[in-house]
Every structure is written in structure tokens, then in C-alpha cells.
Design a protein around this ligand. Structure first.
Ligand code: ADP
Length: 378
């Protein structure tokens, strides 16, 4: 066995998976919530794993892979954790105050628990470090931007990179020759244009707020709305943060954050819910068209994450109007339930469509474990 422990540590939760990298089988997994002390949460996790009746060699991981949200400009790939790396992740907390401190607390607790094995940090931003200046530069005063590290970074990189590789595998093609748009539609959502395996454009920006309509985040809006609200209604920065990150998106439009509930409401005749579904799909199509133009060609559009993998109706709302771009769904393939064949990966476009439309389940934990293992063996 070659177990790798994958840790996704947030400010108040700890998610883990123990994966045997010889078979890529998940040996144990869990979620510990309402965490106030990460060392205590870690002890709790170790107890859970120990009580899961695994063979002894499964209980001694060869490495730990850690999800870290913001790697800024500093990290363009997975990196072995050193004191210097810990310091840099800490410094990047100003860019991701909701995420990096919780990630860091998890790494520190893990180092105490497993002091003699390698810890690897895998960054959500790393895959997008290939963005060109034309794509990552916001058109604001360059001195202000430079002083405050304001640029687009992009997120969900671990998922986009995993799904791109799986797409190549599924199509039996070389990733280096493919132009792909990945739509990661979960609670958070982002689109990514991938050319030859490299991210060339993505919808999240300096923070995960930009881009698509999400469960609780607004995605794109006119930034002047923020000044307007602070002037006419005295919104503070914290209140604006709350409004746009937690009270917008599907929640803002319908009062419901879960896509399944939005569907139920729409089917029951709630017009706000129906409008929300239209806004959601319209924004995705807007990005699809833009990315098709930027890529200068397109081999595949790939749906992934909770909504993308499970909602045939969202996929159909997005793709059905795009036949003029060479995207044509096969309704029965789109509606067919997921099977275990090819790990749930499937084509949902008609056989001869110029652009393939696929559903490929994402697996960020496995990708983190693979990247940790690759570093360990390098
Ligand atoms: P996270 O971003 O937290 O990892 P997921 O990728 O699990 O989230 O996606 C969660 C979203 O997926 C929720 O909005 C949920 O409603 C949606 N979802 C899950 N199953 C379905 C389904 N069968 N139909 C529509 N939406 C679904």
C-alpha cells in the first residue's frame, strides 16, 4: 500500500481522504465540522481513521497533500512545505482572508501529527499561473495594482487541471493538441479555457467572487454598484463582502442556495426561481462564447462538479441554444443517469457534432494526492 492523506482544512471544518496510490482507492474519508482548534480536529480525524479497521500499513501515510486556496504569484505548481513556504502562505492570507488561514492551521496541525513525512501544498491558483498578462491584467492604475497585488489569479485550478487530463484520456487524444472549455459548476463555479493543457482564461479573478453565478456569490457585476451602495445606503466593506459573497447568487435571487431546491421551486411555479435558472445559464453561455473566440477553435466543452455532473436540465439550458457553434446535445444521452463506466465520464453530444460535449466527474482529492506523489517520487 502507498497511502496518501489529503487534507482540505477550512477555517471551521476539516475534510480528509486517505487514498491508496497503488490502486487510487479511497481507504477512509470524513468531514469534521465546527472546528475551533485544528490540532483537536486532527486528533479526532486520526481516531476516526484508526477505528476504521484498516490494515496497519494503511494507517501510516507516505505523504500528506494539502489544499491551499491562494498561492498568489508565488506558486505555479505543487510545492513541498518548508518553513519558507508556510511563511509565504501566511503572507498570502491578505488576498484570501477566508481561506488561507484555515489551510495553514491544517498544515501546521498535520506537521505536528506527522513530523517525519513530506507535506505537499497544492494551490487552487497554480494551474492559472499560465494566464498571459493580457488576460490577468485589470485595466486600473498599474501602480495601485502593483502595490496591492491586484490581478486575476483564478481558482478551482486543481479541478480544471484534473478534468482536462481526464478529457484527453476519455477522447483518446493528446492533451497538448486539445482546446477545451471546462465548466466547474458546484457551490462555487468557474469556467476555464484550456489550450494544450494550459489554462489561458478563467472566470474567477483576484478572488473567487468574479465570473459565473454561484450558490451564494454574485459573480460579475458593475463595480460601481459597490460605490453606489456605500453612498446611498451606507454599506460598509464588511457588509458588501457579506452581500456579494454570502447573500447573492442563487440565494440572492431565490432565497435558496442549493440548485435542487431552486429547481423544485421553479417547478412549483416560483417565477424568481425560473428567472434565476435563466440568469445562471445565460452567464455560462456568455463565457462559453467568449472562450470559444479566445481559443480560436474548440474540441470539447466539459461539465463537472455537483451541478454540472448531475443536472441534465442545466446542461441542456446552456447548450441547447448553441447549435450554431457546433454544440448539439443528444437528449437521451444527456438525460441518462450516471453509470460507473469510465468513472462516470460520458459524452452527451450527438455523435457527429463538431464540438464534443462531455460530463466528467471531478476529483480534487485524487488530483492533490497524485501531485503530492509525483513530487515525492521526483
Ligand atoms: P462544492 O462546490 O461545495 O464542492 P458541489 O460540487 O458538491 O459543491 O456542488 C454542490 C451543488 O450541486 C449544489 O448546488 C447542489 O444543489 C448541486 N447538485 C447536486 N446534485 C444535483 C442534482 N441532481 N441536480 C441539480 N443540482 C445538483
Amino acid at each position: 500500500m502507498k497511502p496518501i492523506l489529503v487534507i482540505n482544512s477550512g477555517s471551521s471544518s476539516l475534510k480528509y481522504q486517505l487514498i491508496d496510490m497503488l490502486t487510487e482507492e479511497v481507504l477512509a474519508q470524513g468531514l469534521i465540522e465546527r472546528v475551533s482548534d485544528h490540532t483537536v480536529a486532527f486528533a479526532h480525524m486520526l481516531k476516526e481513521i484508526a477505528s476504521s479497521e484498516l490494515p496497519l500499513d494503511a494507517l501510516t501515510p507516505v505523504a500528506v497533500g494539502h489544499r491551499v486556496v491562494h498561492g498568489g504569484n508565488a506558486f505555479s505548481q505543487a510545492t513541498v512545505v518548508t518553513d519558507d513556504v508556510l511563511l509565504r502562505i501566511h503572507e498570502l492570507s491578505s488576498l484570501a482572508p477566508l481561506h488561507n488561514p484555515g489551510n495553514l492551521a491544517g498544515i501546521e496541525a498535520a506537521i505536528v501529527a506527522f513530523p517525519s513525512i513530506q507535506h505537499v501544498a497544492v494551490f487552487d491558483t497554480a494551474f492559472h499561473q499560465s494566464l498571459s498578462p493580457a488576460s490577468y491584467t485589470y485595466a486600473i492604475d498599474t501602480a495601485v495594482a502593483a502595490e496591492h497585488h491586484i490581478r486575476r489569479y483564478g481558482f478551482h485550478g486543481t479541478s480544471h487541471s484534473y478534468v482536462a487530463s481526464r478529457t484527453a484520456e476519455f477522447l483518446g487524444r493528446d492533451l497538448a493538441e486539445l482546446k477545451i472549455i471546462v465548466l466547474h459548476l458546484g457551490n462555487g463555479a468557474s469556467a476555464c479555457a484550456i489550450d494544450g493543457g494550459r489554462s489561458v482564461e478563467t472566470s474567477m479573478g483576484m478572488t473567487p467572487l468574479e465570473g459565473l453565478v454561484m450558490g451564494t456569490r454574485s459573480g460579475d457585476l458593475d463595480p460601481a454598484i459597490l460605490m453606489y451602495l456605500s453612498r446611498v445606503a451606507n454599506y460598509t466593506p464588511d457588509q458588501l463582502d457579506e452581500l456579494l459573497n454570502r447573500e447573492s447568487g442563487l440565494v440572492g435571487l431565490t432565497g435558496l442556495g442549493d440548485m435542487r431546491d431552486v429547481y423544485r421551486a421553479s417547478e412549483a411555479g416560483d417565477e424568481r426561481a425560473t428567472l434565476a435558472l435563466e440568469v445562471y445559464a445565460h452567464r455560462i453561455r456568455h463565457y462559453l462564447g467568449a472562450y470559444f473566440a479566445l481559443l480560436g477553435g474548440l474540441d470539447a466543452v466539459v461539465f463537472t462538479a455537483g451541478v454540472g455532473e448531475n443536472s441534465a436540465d442545466v446542461r441542456s439550458r446552456v447548450i441547447a441554444p448553441l447549435a450554431h457553434l457546433g454544440l448539439t446535445l443528444d437528449a437521451s444521452r444527456n438525460d441518462a443517469p450516471r453509470t460507473s463506466e469510465a468513472g462516470g465520464a460520458r459524452q452527451i453530444s450527438v455523435t457527429d457534432a463538431p464540438v464534443r460535449v462531455l460530463v466528467i466527474p471531478t476529483n480534487e482529492e485524487l488530483e492533490i494526492a497524485r501531485q503530492a506523489l509525483a513530487l515525492l517520487e521526483a
